[in-house]
Design a protein around this ligand. Structure first.
Ligand code: ADP
Ligand code: MG
Length: 245
């Protein structure tokens, strides 16, 4: 299907210590949609997200991106990563670089954009996340919420086809969660394909096209926010929602 971005086919990930992190997951993720993955700690959400940019290689199954098998041993991982933006819980900014250099870096070193062009693009992104005035600051001079907005700008600098978010607000003080969610909401409204692991159920309700519920390495249920929140089929879904709402 031309509208499928990822097709995850019977994917499992067993770590070398025997932990089954993902257990026979099959999913279709379409372009221009927002997916929110929820589930208890240890259910495999991060591992599943990381297989999509091949930070983790599945031990079984296949993942197709736009029809191409990215889990084929001959597949060029580096090219793929350029098109998949990822935002982590702990920001992962380069501490010795200014905000502007953080956002310029991959554009210059990976995409080989000239400095001027990279800088123009970065300044536009800084404006988009509301932090233009911080361009010459270093990460340790920023609040957690600001760091995360910079991390989002940095991921966007590569013009990704899809953005992956792994609990982007979990490390933030409550008063900073809103500013990061605001940036994510704008991104969702712009049509960006987003796959978001989060416990922010307000965001999930308002912005998810589909919610994917995981437990013990499996997708136990998926559906619209209305279906998942108002009429969960699985007791485990209802129990999990009770614990976070
Ligand atoms: P979640 O993000 O839902 O909390 P994870 O994907 O991080 O879950 O983890 C799923 C399971 O895989 C957990 O049991 C976790 O301890 C285990 N796990 C994650 N990474 C590794 C690893 N590198 N080596 C061994 N086990 C791991
Ligand atoms: Mg996780």
């Amino acid at each position: 299907m031309p509208n499928n971005l990822f097709e995850i086919k019977h994917v499992s990930k067993v770590f070398s210590d025997g932990t089954i992190a993902i257990d026979d997951v099959s999913l279709i993720l379409e372009k221009n949609k927002v997916y929110v993955i929820i589930g208890p700690s240890g259910s495999g959400k991060s591992t599943l997200l990381r297989t999509l940019n091949l930070m983790e290689k599945p031990t079984q199954g296949q993942i197709l991106k736009s029809g191409e098998n990215i889990t084929d041993p001959h597949f060029k991982i580096e090219k793929h990563r350029e098109h998949v933006g990822m935002v982590f819980q702990n920001f992962n900014l380069f501490p010795h670089m200014t905000v502007l250099d953080n956002i310029n870096s991959a554009q210059i070193h990976v995409l080989k954009r000239p400095l001027e062009e990279a800088t123009q693009n970065s300044l536009g992104l800084l404006e988009q996340v509301g932090l233009l005035e911080k361009k010459q600051h270093y990460p340790n001079q920023l609040s957690g919420g600001q760091k995360q907005r910079i991390a989002i700008a940095r991921a966007l600098s590569m013009h990704p086809e899809v953005m992956l978010f792994d609990e982007p607000t979990s490390a933030l003080d409550p008063e900073m969660i809103g500013e990061v969610l605001t940036v994510m909401k704008k991104l969702a409204e712009s049509g960006m394909t987003m796959i978001v692991v989060t416990h922010e159920m307000g965001f999930a309700k308002a912005f998810a096209d589909e919610i994917i519920v995981m437990d013990k390495g499996k997708v136990i249920e998926q559906g619209t926010p209305e279906a998942i929140f108002n009429n969960p089929k699985e007791i485990r879904t209802a129990t999990f929602l009770k614990s976070v709402l």
